[in-house]
Write a protein that binds this ligand. Structure first.
Ligand code: ME8
Length: 515
C-alpha cells in the first residue's frame, strides 16, 4: 500500500525586507501541520522559499546600494537563517533565481504559447508596485489608494503578453463550485467566487510580462527576448518547480500540495494559479488554506511597508522559541485576524504556559522527587484514572479532528482541558495532605497525574517542540504510539528524578500597552 503523504507550502516571501512576524506565523503554522502529519507516521514534504524577481526587489536593492543579485542573496539568506533558528522542518527552500525554477517557468511559458494561450496586446491600467499587479477601481480604497500599501497606484500603458485566463475562468468556477472545500475557511470560497464572477464580467486576460526596457530583473520570455515574466506568473510556479515538475520524484510523490497563505494574496492563489494549472494541464492543488492578519499597533496589518513589523529573532530571544510558537498557534483563530500586543501576549503565555501547564508539571515532579525520589513502575491506578482515561480519549479525538480541519488553536485547547482537569484534581485531592494522612493513595495519585502530563506533552510536542521532548525525556515514560489514544497507552517506568528543564517564565508587562 502506498504510504500516506502530506505536502504543504508557505508563500515564497519577497526579499525586499527581512522576515517579520507575519512570515513567521505562516511558516510556523505549516511547520506545526508538518510535525503533526509526521508524528502520525505520514511522509511529509514541506516547502518554503523566497520570491526574488520584480521591480520591488530592484528598488529595495538600489536603496541598499547593492546589485539585485547581492541583495537577494543576502535577504534570502536572512529568511533561511530565521527558519533554521526556529527549527523549521522544511524539506526544501526554493529561490526563484535558481536555474531549476527558471527552467520550469520557461517550459510552462513555451507550452502555453504553443497552445495559443499566450498572446501579445497593449494595456493601460493602475499598477500597484507593492502588490506587483494591476488593481481594479473596485479594489482601491476611498482615497483611490491600494488598501494594503496605502499608496496610489501608477497609471501604466504598455504592450505585453497576456495569458488567456478568460478561457479557463468558467472551467475553474465550475470545478470550485463542485468542490468548495478546496478553499478553507469557507468565507474565502465565497469571496473567490465573487472575484471570479467580476473577472468574467470584466472580460480581461492576465498580463504575464513586463517590457525589458522597464525591468530586467526577471525571467526572460522564451519566445520574446524583449520581455521578462511577470512576477506572479514566475512566483506561483515555484510550487511545482521546487518539486521537480514535470518528471521529478518529489513531484510524482507529493504534488498536488496544500498551500497556506494569508488573505492578502488570495486572488493570485485562488484565481491566477488554478487557471494557470488548468492551461498547463497540471493537476490542481489539493487545498488553499487562508489565514487572517496579525494586527500590530493601531490594529493595522503588521507589515514591513508600514513599519510596525516585529522581528522573529527578537521575539525568540525575549519569549523563547516554544512560547513564541505556542502564542502564535494558540492565539490566532485560523482564518480570522488576531492582535499582537504585549497585553494579549502576556495574558496568554502567563495563563496557559506559566500557570496551567508550568505549575502542573512543576508541582507533580516536585512531589515525586520529594516523596519518592522519582517515578516508579507498577503502581496500581488511582480512582480518578477511569475519568482521566475517558477524558484523554475524548480530547485526543478532538485534537485530531481539529488538526485535520486546520484548527490548530482548537487542537491545543482540547489538550489544555486535560491540563486544567489535572490541576483541578490537585486542588480537590490535596496530595500534600495525602502525604500526611493517606500515604497509600499518594503514589497512585501522582502516577495518574504523571500519565496525564505525558499524554498532554505527547500531543503538545508539535508546538512545544523543545520543552515537550525534553520533559518527556526527563520522565522517560513509554507510549505505544506517538499520539497515545488515552492515558491507558502510557507506561511509567522507574526513574530517579532530580532535575527537569526550566519551564515557562512569566511575562512581566508595564500597565500600558506597547504592542
Ligand atoms: O506576497 N499577518 O510575499 P510577502 C499574517 N512573494 N501573515 C502575514 C502578515 C501579517 N500581518 N504579513 C505577511 C508575497 N504575512 C509573494 C508571495 S507566493 C507564490 C508569492 C505572510 O513577503 C502571509 O503568509 O509579501 C502572507 O500571505 C505572506 O506573508 C506575504 O509575504
Amino acid at each position: 500500500m502506498k504510504e500516506k503523504t502530506f505536502s504543504i507550502t508557505t508563500p515564497i516571501y519577497y526579499v525586499n525586507a527581512k522576515p517579520h512576524l507575519g512570515h513567521t506565523y505562516t511558516t510556523i503554522a505549516c511547520d506545526t501541520l508538518s510535525r503533526y502529519h509526521r508524528t502520525k507516521g505520514e511522509k511529509v514534504f514541506f516547502l518554503t522559499g523566497t520570491d526574488e524577481h520584480g521591480d520591488k526587489i530592484v528598488k529595495a536593492a538600489e536603496a541598499a546600494g547593492k546589485t539585485a543579485q547581492e541583495y537577494t542573496d543576502e535577504i534570502s539568506g536572512l529568511f533561511r537563517h530565521a527558519w533554521e533558528e526556529l527549527h523549521i522542518t522544511n524539506d526544501d527552500f526554493i529561490r526563484t533565481t535558481e536555474e531549476r525554477h527558471k527552467n520550469v517557468v520557461g517550459q510552462v511559458l513555451t507550452k502555453l504559447h504553443n497552445k495559443g494561450d499566450i498572446y501579445l496586446s497593449s494595456y493601460t491600467g493602475k499598477y500597484c508596485f507593492g502588490c506587483e499587479r494591476y488593481l481594479t477601481d473596485k479594489e482601491l480604497d476611498e482615497n483611490g489608494h491600494c488598501p494594503d500599501h496605502k499608496i496610489p497606484p501608477e497609471l501604466i500603458e504598455e504592450s505585453n503578453y497576456f495569458f488567456r485566463m478568460q478561457k479557463y475562468l468558467p472551467v475553474w468556477k465550475e470545478m470550485l463550485a463542485k468542490n468548495p472545500e478546496i478553499i478553507y475557511p469557507e468565507r474565502y470560497y465565497n469571496e473567490v467566487m465573487g472575484v471570479i464572477d467580476e473577472l468574467i464580467k470584466g472580460g480581461e486576460d492576465l498580463s504575464i510580462s513586463r517590457p525589458r526596457s522597464r525591468l530586467t530583473w526577471g525571467i526572460e520570455l522564451p519566445f520574446d527576448k524583449e520581455y521578462v515574466t511577470y512576477v506572479w506568473f514566475d512566483a506561483l510556479l515555484n510550487y511545482v518547480s521546487a518539486m521537480g515538475y514535470p518528471d521529478g520524484q518529489v513531484y510524482g510523490e507529493f504534488w498536488p500540495a496544500t498551500h497556506m497563505i494569508a488573505k492578502d494574496i488570495l486572488k493570485p492563489h485562488a484565481v491566477y494559479w488554478p487557471t494557470m494549472l488548468l492551461a498547463a494541464e497540471i493537476p490542481l492543488y489539493s487545498r488553499l488554506l487562508v489565514h487572517g492578519y496579525w494586527l500590530g499597533w493601531g490594529d493595522v496589518k503588521m507589515s514591513k511597508s508600514l513599519g510596525n513589523a516585529l522581528d522573529p529573532h527578537d521575539l525568540k530571544k525575549n519569549l523563547g522559541e516554544d512560547a513564541l510558537r505556542f502564542f502564535l498557534m494558540r492565539e490566532m483563530n485560523f482564518g480570522q485576524d488576531a492582535r499582537f500586543s504585549e497585553d494579549v501576549l502576556s495574558r496568554r503565555l502567563n495563563t496557559d504556559l506559566a500557570n496551567d501547564l508550568g505549575n502542573l508539571v512543576q508541582r507533580t515532579l516536585s512531589m515525586l522527587k520529594k516523596y519518592f525520589g522519582g517515578t516508579s513502575a507498577d503502581i496500581p491506578p488511582h480512582s480518578m484514572e477511569a475519568d482521566l482515561t475517558a477524558l484523554s480519549r475524548q480530547k485526543g479525538k478532538e485534537f485530531h479532528e481539529a488538526m485535520d480541519n486546520y484548527q490548530i488553536h482548537k487542537a491545543i485547547e482540547a489538550i489544555f482541558e486535560i491540563v486544567r482537569y489535572l490541576n483541578g484534581s490537585i486542588e480537590s485531592h490535596k496530595p500534600w495532605a495525602m502525604a500526611k494522612t493517606n500515604s497509600d493513595e499518594l503514589a497512585p495519585f501522582l502516577q495518574s497525574l504523571l500519565k496525564g502530563i505525558v499524554f498532554a506533552l505527547s500531543y503538545l510536542q508539535i508546538v512545544l517542540v523543545n520543552k515537550a521532548p525534553e520533559l518527556l525525556d526527563a520522565i522517560d515514560a513509554k507510549t505505544e504510539k506517538s499520539f497515545p489514544k488515552s492515558v491507558a497507552d502510557i507506561v511509567i517506568q522507574k526513574k530517579e528524578i532530580t532535575e527537569w528543564p526550566m519551564l515557562f517564565a512569566r511575562i512581566e508587562t508595564n500597565a500600558e500597552e506597547t504592542a
